[in-house]
Design a binder for this molecule. Structure first.
Ligand code: LGS
Length: 437
């Protein structure tokens, strides 16, 4: 498999997110992840993003590394509390950081893809305005999005409103594993809805401000399979697919939540004003797909959504996630048929047991993982899927949310004591691939 097997315009890139790499907290107001990660017991070893990869001060070096690897594109997120004090008042110093970042990328021929929200909600909006639970959040988000479209829209033509709203809603408000750590089933549905409304309002502003750009949303996409042929397991898996995948795609394309999932939620209030779906279902230009693994599901009477995860038999990454490239192919084909929108793989990658030895990291497992997923991607393209690009998660090791720094997803190894970066074998492999070697 060679680069030239892919369409000419296909973009190969890497991805990161603000809270996971930036540090530089002296120049911004706090986010919900600052408070969460500083609360004892919430993250592995009490790790937090205060310094992370210190990218805020080292972005030039990091862009040099991307240039060396030879990527076409870079997906990063903007820290809302950096560009707007408390999420409300524009902060020129913060905006200036992203101006410089974008200019430097363009100077190096790397196309920027910006994610507006990758989980670092300004703490003030959470504390004083009830965060994603407040329907007004969509207006705050629209103001923030408009500011960024105005400041960067002349140079940045690819925008992603939200990263994985399922994680913000479900992990942040029901499971409690992500900030702000609530454990309230009902709340998670309000949050999901307000996230989708915020997405819609950002798209409305975008059409007004950036006439020649593309905008989409990125979701976590997972292949959901039933543990057995038992009818109950099959039905449970079908519903999980709707809660994770359908819930965040259907309303955007079809203007409604998946029907069976809605019917199964008898105890949940979904009193939604009809015209909310007009806001949510703005025409977008692409879906971003973050694909990592599959879920094997069986029926569970005791769970509010009547399912539980079963352990699958396939080889696993350091996260305990099964390696399943076929699931990527399946989802791409399914989405292409179902939603008929261009697709980007906005994240794919793995955490591995990386060891730095003689300044080298021999991560053959990651090279194999990427190759196998490239193969699925190419198969999907050959079978007619309109796929435009592929971003490896991640450019460099970083703060992996509740797992802190214990999990390494990077193509580049970060020594957190020295902040020195080392290209892993996978980065060198990617470099050769991009050179068509
Ligand atoms: O670092 C995060 C990566 C790592 O694995 C990134 O910030 C996120 O956007 C993204 O969620 N990431 C990630 N996701 C794996 C999701 C696993 C599948 C979950 C399926 C739902 C039950």
């Amino acid at each position: 498999m060679k680069r030239t097997d892919f369409p000419k315009e296909f973009k190969f890139g890497t991805a990161t997110a603000s809270y996971q790499i930036e540090g530089g907290i002296e120049d911004r107001s706090p986010s919900i992840w600052d408070e969460f990660s500083h609360t004892p017991g919430k993250t592995k070893n009490g790790d937090n993003g205060d310094v992370a990869c210190d990218h805020y001060h080292r972005y030039e070096e990091d862009i040099e590394i991307m240039k060396d690897i030879g990527v076409d594109a870079y997906r990063f997120s903007i820290s809302w509390p950096r560009v707007m004090t408390d999420g409300i008042k524009p902060n020129e110093k913060g905006i200036d950081f992203y101006q410089k970042l974008v200019d430097k990328l363009l100077e190096n021929n790397i196309t920027p893809f910006i994610t507006l929200y990758h989980w670092d909600l300004p703490l003030y909006l959470y504390k004083e305005k009830n965060g994603w639970l407040n329907p007004d959040i969509a207006n705050y988000f629209q103001d923030y999005a408009s500011l960024m479209f105005n400041k960067l829209g002349d140079r940045v033509k690819h925008w992603i409103t939200l990263n994985e709203p399922w994680c913000s809603a479900f992990l942040g408000y029901f499971v409690g594993e992500h900030a702000p750590g609530h454990k309230d089933f009902q709340e998670s549905f309000y949050v999901a809805h307000n996230l989708l409304r915020s997405h819609g309002k950002a798209v409305i502003a975008f059409r007004d401000i950036v006439k020649d750009g593309k905008i989409g949303i990125t979701n976590v996409v997972t292949k959901v399979e039933s543990l057995s042929n038992d009818e109950k397991d099959i039905q449970a898996a079908k519903l999980v697919d709707q809660y994770i995948n359908g819930w965040y795609h259907d309303p955007i394309v079809y203007g409604k939540y998946p029907e069976e999932a809605v019917n199964s939620l008898k105890n949940i209030k979904l009193d939604i004003p009809e015209n909310d779906f007009d806001i949510i279902s703005q025409t977008i230009d692409f879906f971003g797909v973050n694909y990592y693994s599959r879920q094997v599901i069986s029926y569970d009477e005791n769970h509010p959504l009547k399912f539980k995860h079963a352990e699958g038999p396939l080889p696993k990454t350091e996260m305990g996630w099964e390696i399943y490239p076929k699931g990527l192919y399946d989802k791409l084909v399914e989405f292409n048929n179902k939603y008929k929108l261009p697709l980007y793989i906005t994240e794919n990658g793995m955490a591995g047991p990386d060891k730095l030895e003689n300044e080298q990291i021999h991560d053959d497992y990651r090279i194999n993982y990427i190759k196998d997923h490239f193969k699925s991607t190419l198969d999907a393209i050959k079978d007619g899927v309109d796929l435009r690009g592929y971003f490896i998660w991640s450019l460099m090791d970083n703060f992996e949310w509740a797992h802190g720094y214990s999990k390494r997803f990077g193509l580049v190894y970060v020594d957190y004591n020295t902040q020195k970066r080392y290209l892993k074998d996978s980065a060198l492999w990617y470099k050769n691939f991009l050179l068509n070697k």
